[in-house]
Design a protein around this ligand. Structure first.
Ligand SMILES: Cc1cc2nc3c(=O)[nH]c(=O)nc-3n(C[C@H](O)[C@H](O)[C@H](O)COP(=O)(O)O)c2cc1C
Length: 243
């Protein structure tokens, strides 16, 4: 069973916090699956998969003089599409950059992006647009996935961003999982969190997650890991749990 991949882009750190909390939930679920297998009377063994946290690469520096604040503008600032993409600084504390092999090998994917005009950020879309060979090979078919986002305002397009990130994952044949309303924090949250996926509202650029946001991330990570194990086992009936 390949690693559970938590993949994100984050410029200021909020989306990274969500990613780290989802990874924490996934690891907790794997520990509990491992403990259950160890205490099982059937003597079933469980080979625990890794949880890896990765970021997508920033866009390449423009050599045509376009401002880093103006993605997509050409040197005349006309707004016409430039052949060189412009600089998008990433968080210096970002996780290592993902490779296509890591994506291909994963047994589950959590994909996160800041909300940008109600949509995913360009570096995330740019990365997804580089995955046609994984689509051709069907590498992600029947693997579970979830999506997450951070925005600066409560009604600034979190749900549309989450839905937009799901679309390419459906094309890849992934099995989308959100959060059920049996999660108490989904009823109680006064900030981020939705059945479409976990989120953070970074009012005044506050990157720290609320208790409800964090507990929903943990629940999302657990659900993703649990589904990864179940789906992988269903598709590989002859093999040891998690092997
Ligand atoms: C180009 C751009 C577009 C943005 N669009 C939105 C938006 O539509 N709605 C919103 O609430 N916040 C918007 N924001 C704010 C970010 O979503 C917010 O700061 C987010 O928490 C950043 O995540 P990060 O800390 O992971 O970088 C935008 C920011 C930028 C730079």
């Amino acid at each position: 069973m390949g690693p559970i991949l938590v993949l994100y882009y984050s410029r200021h750190g909020s989306t990274k916090r969500l990613a780290d909390a989802i990874a924490q939930g996934a690891m907790a679920e794997l520990s509990s699956l491992e403990a259950n297998a160890a205490s099982s009377s059937t003597g079933e063994s469980f080979v625990r998969p890794e949880v890896i946290v990765r970021s997508v690469a920033s866009l390449n520096p423009s050599s045509n003089g376009a401002s880093s604040k103006e993605p997509g503008l050409n040197s005349q600032g006309s707004g016409e599409e430039s052949t060189n993409v412009s600089v998008e600084e990433s968080n210096p504390n970002a996780a290592p950059t993902v490779t296509l092999q890591e994506l291909e090998r994963c047994s589950a994917l959590a994909l996160g992006s800041p909300t940008r005009f109600g949509n995913m950020a360009a570096p995330v879309k740019y990365f997804l647009d580089s995955t046609s060979s994984q689509w051709l090979k069907g590498s992600l078919i029947n693997k579970p996935a979830c999506v997450f986002t951070s925005s600066s305002s409560m009604h600034g397009g979190q749900e549309s961003t989450l839905l937009s990130m799901m679309i390419p994952l459906f094309h890849h044949g992934m099995v989308m999982c959100g959060l059920p309303y049996s999660e108490p924090a989904l009823h109680e949250t006064r900030s981020g969190g939705s059945p479409y996926g976990v989120s953070h509202v970074a009012l005044d650029n506050a990157v720290t997650l609320t208790e409800d946001e964090k507990s929903l991330c943990i629940a999302q990570g657990k659900r993703l890991a649990n589904l990864a194990n179940a789906l992988w086992h269903a598709n590989n009936p002859e093999t040891t749990h998690g092997a």
